[in-house]
Design a protein around this ligand. Sequence first.
Ligand SMILES: Nc1ncnc2c1ncn2[C@@H]1O[C@H](COP(=O)(O)OP(=O)(O)OP(=O)(O)O)[C@@H](O)[C@H]1O
Ligand SMILES: [Mg+2]
Length: 334
Amino acid sequence: MNQNLILEAEALYHVYESSALDGNVVALRGLHVKVRPGEAVAVVGPSGSGKSTLLKCLGGLMKPSAGNVAFQGRQINRLTGPELVSLRQDTVSFIFQDANLLPDMNAMDNVAQPLRHQGASAAYARKKAEDLLNRLGMGSRCRGMPAQLSGGEQQRVAIARALITNPKLILADEPTGALDPITSREVLSLFARLHEEEEVAFLLVTHSREVASFADRSLELREGRFIAQHGNDVDISDLGNTRALIIDETGTMTLPPEILTKLGGPGKFDMETDQGKQILTLIRSESDKSEDFSQKGSLVLATECPACKYQYLDDSQECPSCGSSRPMVLEPDS
Ligand SMILES: Nc1ncnc2c1ncn2[C@@H]1O[C@H](COP(=O)(O)OP(=O)(O)OP(=O)(O)O)[C@@H](O)[C@H]1O
Ligand SMILES: [Mg+2]
């Protein structure tokens, strides 16, 4: 594992085991992630694509079924309990999809708590907590208990708590999901300042266009695989515009479903490569039709959302009604 990377994950797989009729859910299907110090990376993708699962595995909150995660070259599954605790305190902070505040402590004490854990005095920790809450527009709610705070206020407390230890990396799952546009912009400008002036690295899961464009690059996740990468000109409502395909360390490339559709579905392809220009051309093989690709028909984008039965009218890849990713279905040859 590379010591020059703040975060590195290799071949991450995760299966949620279930005895229910619909069986196991394969949430992550072999993911490689590299984040350099000070880099901001977004993870985008439809609901259910595995974003939260990925973040929990990266943060050591959940053990992946297979694969390695390392912070600054140190693999987390090789660390002892106390080493993991000190790594969490000194290097990485989390912001979860729900705020996860301690219910019996007011906002300020929730924020101060990670510093108290590091041995800071109560007065110092509270002062710093108050400063951060002020900067997040929460000054007047410092003494509110979590149950008395709105969803967006709780989220800002969670953000302040994540920032108080001056982490080098922040892992955040929809950090502005519960915030209105103005508050969300304030949080983003605070993140941008940390990113630009203090070289804090970010890995952010988001559905928001503004959050994604704050990131230096966005990884597009779909059904547990990265299918593409986008620069900071990403437009979440039309990912097709900025998509760059990724070939990972193992030489694996996952084609976005609509590109596979354009190629005429799965099959056998001849390749032409031009090493000088680094070009790869795929041409459907002459013998393609004579081979059995275990299906009689062609794969096309589903016309109906399997979750909410929405009828698709165009080529969108994500259900506008429920956010599920649009599957491919087999259309029998006529
Ligand atoms: N505890 C669990 N047990 C079984 N399956 C799960 C569990 N948690 C998540 N899953 C399944 O794993 C897949 C990935 O879920 P995940 O929560 O990572 O998606 P997500 O991309 O974060 O979605 P969202 O945008 O809605 O938050 C989904 O199919 C989901 O149903
Ligand atoms: Mg999620």
